[in-house]
Design a protein around this ligand. Sequence first.
Ligand SMILES: [Fe+2]
Length: 569
Amino acid sequence: MQKKTILVISNDAIVRDMLANLLAESGFHVSLAGTGSEALKIAASAGLDYALCERFLADVSGVELKRRFHRVSPKTRVIVVSSFTVIKGSNDVLRFGSSDFILDQGELLDLLRATGEDRPPVAEPVTDDRLKNCLVETIDILVGLLEVNDPFFGGNSHITMEYARSVAEEMRLSQERIDEILVASLLHDIGKIGIKTEVLTVKKEITESEFRTIQSHCENGAKILDAIDFPWKIRPIILHHHERYDGKGYPSGLKGREIPIGARILTVVDAFAAMTANRPYRRSLTKEEAIQELHKNVGTQFDPEVVEIFTGVIEKKFYFRGVGAKPKILMVDDEVDYLTLLKLKLVNEGFDVVATDNGVEAMRLMAVEKPDLAVVDVVMPGLDGLTMFRKMRGEKSALAEIPVVFLTAKEDTALKVEALYLGAEDYLVKPVELKELAARIRNIIRRDSRQRKGASGASTGVIGDLRNLGIPDIVQTLHLGLKTACVTLKDSGGNEGRIYFENGRIRHCEAGSLSGEEAFYKLLNLQEGPFVIAHGQTTQHRTIAMDEMQLMMEGLRRMDEGKREGVPE
Ligand SMILES: [Fe+2]
């Protein structure tokens, strides 16, 4: 029988050797790696059955490495443990760090088997809940696709649904009621199909007959959906979503609590979504102005309880850029399916998205659309992402100021370093978590607009996050590039540290009350958090004499030692 292959990834050579012996004795073919990049190289060239990986490596976190493994070696089962530490005096027992599992050889093998391919995958049962969720998500995507190219209504149904969900959950309605409200929110204006767009979107005096036509969308919508045997009672919500609390609404003139709760919620959140979105004939209101409008119409148009609850949750749960246009994103990716999905999700997150599948068209669109940010695929036929980026940053380019995030299927540290070094804001490997991408884009745009407002002429240099480019990579890049720069790093507590380079040599380092080598060793422990490389920034301090390689080696040795000391004997 062919031996199973396993890769052990740990900073600690002793642990690697110990695990190698243990696993080899048990019949595995064992490979070893000391860093994440080393592990990925091995994974790309060898078919691995398992990878056993420490949570904190010098260049990447174990969780991130597991994600990257999925790209280069999807069949490998990656097991991340908080850390491996050898317990002194024992030859066959390991402590798995803070997860506090003490495993002997047999238990370790059980762990591997339990997560391995030998166990047939268990299919998730098809339950009613699963089918209902699937139906809601399908409707969400289909309705989103109908709206996605509309600059004014793109994402409207999705955000209305999310607002309605937040109110219904806060009111602690039953799951069945909540599901009804979600589906009705997505489909509530389906009766507008067939009404001329200019009647709905152009601001002009409408005739009595046009007004009646608009009013008919509630009944028309209910009739259209009567043809479907929904598992939810969405008809009353769709039919009555334009009733008013004082009884002066349509189509039935229902009053107060005669109006179904779903319709009372939808009336409020639909009005808020409309007020805070641009229309062809007006700019959006600010969040505060829209809330004021809701309060003004409490008891007449709106249910007081719903308004109170909604105005409470809106502060906590939703992001607002403020009045005016949505942030505009240009996306370029030759994977058209992925591009469509990403565009839909970002539109639902409140962005205006212009998308294209090639770099040449992207350059043209950028000049016309002037986006707030570009999301660029690296590998594309014709004009690839990096060449496109260099052109954008070229001398006298009108596109030089547009922030760029690279999004790529290709995990390549050299490419990443080059992109960040050229000034890219971020570099993400697909598949990315879309909420995370949206949050990162917002942060970059916010920071960019702050920098423009307060531009004093000083360059902030390269900005990034240690999760994407670790300190060893930064040191290597600046050292080999013979750069003079100051790298500012922040930990999760907001404490700053600085590493100064002069012509590629580390000359000074500071972290809190520490300076010199000790400060460097402390900073080397940072696994995530923002960094800024300010080129040309120097200092008079000279606190480091060791060369960069010695510093790195000593720093990593101390990190290993620190972990071992944390384990009781
Ligand atoms: Fe409506």
